[in-house]
Every structure is written in C-alpha cells, then in structure tokens.
Design a protein around this ligand. Structure first.
Ligand code: NAD
Ligand code: UDP
Ligand code: UDP
Length: 329
C-alpha cells in the first residue's frame, strides 16, 4: 500500500489554468513535487508565476494530444478548455484534447502504475431531465450540437477511464465538477461569473443570456480543490485493488438563477451597470444542481464551506486588482 503521507511527484495537466494553478499550489503546500503541464491555450503563465521559484515546481509546455514520457507517481488530468466560448473556438481540438489526451495520460499511468484523476464535468448530464443530478443519471446530451465537442469528449474520456480501470486495473478517480469560480479565472474567459464581475467593475451592461431563469450552482475554487485532493488521497482497496473510482459529483448544491447572480454581482460591486438580455446559446442547460451525497459519504463529510456572497467578494477583489491597474496603464 502506498504511503500517502510521503512526498510524491505529481503531474498536473492544465496546470496553468484556473483550477490547475490552484491545485498546483495546494499540492506544493502539502510537500509534493509538481510537474505542471500546459499548452497555454486558455491558461496563462501569470497564474503560475508565483510558483516558478519554488524548488519543487517545474513547468512543461506540452499538448496532451501528443504522447508524453515522464516519470511521476500520480497524475491529475485537467487539460481542456472549460468555457463554452473557448471550447467552441476549435471544437475538433477540444474533442482531441479530451479523447487523445485521456488515452495518452492513461497510457502513461498504465506504464507507471500511477493513480490518475480525471476532471470530468456536470456537462456529461447535458440538459438534465432530473434534478438534482445523481451520479447514476445517464444524462441528456445532444451528440451533434455546439456543446457536444466538450460534453461528448468528456463522456468518451470517462468511458476510457473506466475501460482502463476494468481492463488494466488502473487506479482511476473520476470527478464530475459542477460550475466552479474564483480568482484566476481569466477576464476574457467568457464564463458567467467572470463576465458579470468584469462588466460590473467596468460599468458596462451585464449580458444575461435568455430570460435569465436558467439555474446553476456555483462552488468556490478552494472548496473544490479540497474535495478533489481528498478524493485522490482515498487509499487503495483491499489487497492493492483500485480504490473508489467514482464518478463523484463535486459542486455546491445551492441553486441560483442566472438573473439572481447578475443582481448579486451588481449589488456587491456597487455598480451602476444595467442588465441587458441577449439570445440564449443553443443547448444551454436549463437547470443544474449536484447531489453531493456520495462526496459527503466517501470524503469525510466534504461539502462546500464558502457561501456564494463570500466567494464572489473574494473574486471581485481579485478582478479589481487584476485589471483596473492595467486599464489605467
Ligand atoms: P481553464 O481553461 O482555465 O484551464 C484549462 C487548462 O488546460 C488551460 O491552462 C489550458 O491552456 C490547458 N489546455 C487546454 N488544452 C490543452 C492541451 N491540449 N494540452 C495541454 N493543456 C491544455 O479551465 P478550468 O476551469 O481550470 O478547467 C480545468 C478542468 O476542469 C477542465 O478539464 C474542465 O473541463 C474541468 N471543469 C471545470 C469546471 C469549472 O467550473 N471550472 C467545471 C467542470 C469541469
Ligand atoms: N503513452 C504515453 N506515455 C507513456 C505510455 C503511453 O504518452 O508513457 C501514450 C501512447 O501514445 C500510447 C497511449 O498512451 O499510444 C496508450 O498507451 P497504451 O499502453 O494503453 O496503449 P498502446 O497504444 O501503447 O498499445
Ligand atoms: N451566461 C450569461 N451571460 C454571460 C455568460 C453566461 O447569461 O455573459 C449564462 C449561460 O447562458 C449559462 C450560464 O450563464 O446559462 C452559465 O454559463 P457558463 O458559460 O458560465 O457555464 P455553463 O454552465 O453554461 O457551462
């Protein structure tokens, strides 16, 4: 049995992105060595600038759609654009990143006999017909729509993970992550929290798509990272058999409409911005809410601790410091 209190060499793909950079930080704080891999498609070097001088941190510019030969103990596979604007920019590359990227990282894990984590998504449920979404729900996904490159790519990656688990006895951990927000989202990321905050701080109109009555649940980044690291640290099963592979939902079960989010951001920023309604993108899910019973049961009662208002304030502070100084340059 592996000794999880010992320092490990850990590969984080997508490590220069929003979630990846927070994960690299968390793992370094726990005393591990981190190999941060990224092709800098949506990630930026500024996200990891503060880690560069850390003796246990290394950055590798690489695309996961190409094979990778390194020696590590553990892999977190996060590489993939997550914002609809960015993953629809080059949809073929998005599918390749999920599918070829998964094959390469699983092949690497197989050769090294390394535990491997997959950042899957609530998008595998598509536009769900049931709420809240439990892990046993198979989803309602359009296979040929604008979001399919992301949704179906992630679904296929899950298939690959579970086939390597069954066929090669690989120790996999599949997390279905629901909407997560916080510092280091890129101001041009295109997702709703960063869009609304940047618009409010600039005094621009907040762009509300559709009638604003669609719902999402927003989890603050620190809570999410704590949960997925706990998941990865679950010990192996009896006699060296793989531990719990998941999938496990990670998210905050508190559901809000997008209009409520817009109003909250305006209130918290004391902005004079107005809300303007724009067309709803195709296949935009109407409702999304995680059932997190499995995470609570397996991960020592894990649940989000940071309330939406508190998390939004931390994110607003970050954006205030990030781009206002640049506006006046
Ligand atoms: P992000 O866009 O900030 O980070 C993704 C990172 O992957 C970027 O640094 C990007 O440059 C890198 N990348 C993209 N394609 C790559 C490739 N082919 N090779 C190497 N690197 C590549 O997004 P994020 O929010 O940090 O998401 C990280 C992961 O978590 C993604 O896999 C995403 O699908 C998943 N996820 C995120 C959320 C969320 O709400 N943030 C929700 C569900 C799932
Ligand atoms: N691979 C990799 N690094 C490794 C081992 C494998 O990138 O250390 C990639 C390689 O591209 C391979 C894929 O992972 O095609 C799947 O590997 P696997 O051993 O499962 O299957 P193979 O295709 O080699 O039979
Ligand atoms: N949205 C919006 N205005 C924006 C960006 C997004 O109203 O400027 C909506 C979007 O249509 C969706 C929700 O906010 O209903 C969440 O969008 P996001 O892109 O953050 O993530 P999704 O959950 O759709 O992947």
């Amino acid at each position: 049995m592996r000794q999880y209190e010992l320092s490990k060499q850990i590969l984080v793909t997508g490590g220069a992105g929003f979630l990846g950079s927070h994960l690299c930080e968390n793992l370094l704080e726990k005393g591990h060595e981190v190999l941060c891999l990224d092709n800098l498609f949506t990630g930026i070097k500024q996200n990891i600038d503060h880690l560069r001088d850390h003796p246990c941190f290394e950055f590798l510019r690489h695309d996961v759609t190409f094979p990778l030969y390194v020696e590590v103990d553990e892999i977190y596979n996060l590489a993939c654009p997550a914002s609809p604007v960015h993953y629809q920019h080059d949809p073929v590359q998005t599918t390749k990143t999920s599918v070829h990227g998964a094959i390469n990282m699983l092949g690497l894990a197989k050769r090294l006999n390394a535990r491997i984590f997959q950042a899957s998504t609530s998008e595998v449920y598509g536009d769900p017909t049931t709420s809240p979404q439990v892990e046993s729900y198979w989803g309602n996904v359009n296979p040929i729509g604008m979001r399919s490159c992301y949704d179906e790519g992630k679904r296929c990656a899950e298939t690959l993970f579970f086939d390597y688990y069954r066929q090669h006895k690989l120790d996999i951990r599949v997390a279905r992550i629901f909407n997560t927000y916080g510092p280091r989202m890129h101001p041009n990321d295109g997702r709703v929290v960063s869009n609304f905050i940047v618009q409010a701080l600039k005094g621009e109109d907040l762009t509300l798509y559709g009638d604003g009555q669609q719902t999402r649940c927003f989890c603050y980044v620190d809570d999410l990272i704590e949960g997925i690291v706990r998941f990865m640290e679950l010990p192996e099963g009896e006699n060296g058999t793989p531990g719990f592979p998941g999938p496990i939902n990670f998210g905050d079960p508190v559901e809000v409409t997008i209009q409520q989010l817009a109003e909250k951001v305006i209130e918290l920023t004391n902005s004079r911005s107005k809300i303007v309604f724009q067309p709803l993108p195709s296949d935009d899910p109407k409702q999304r809410k995680p059932d997190i019973s499995l995470a609570r049961t397996y991960l020592d009662g894990w649940q989000p601790e940071i309330k939406l208002e508190e998390g939004l304030m931390k994110t607003i502070d970050y954006f205030d410091g990030w781009f206002l100084p640049r506006l006046s340059e």
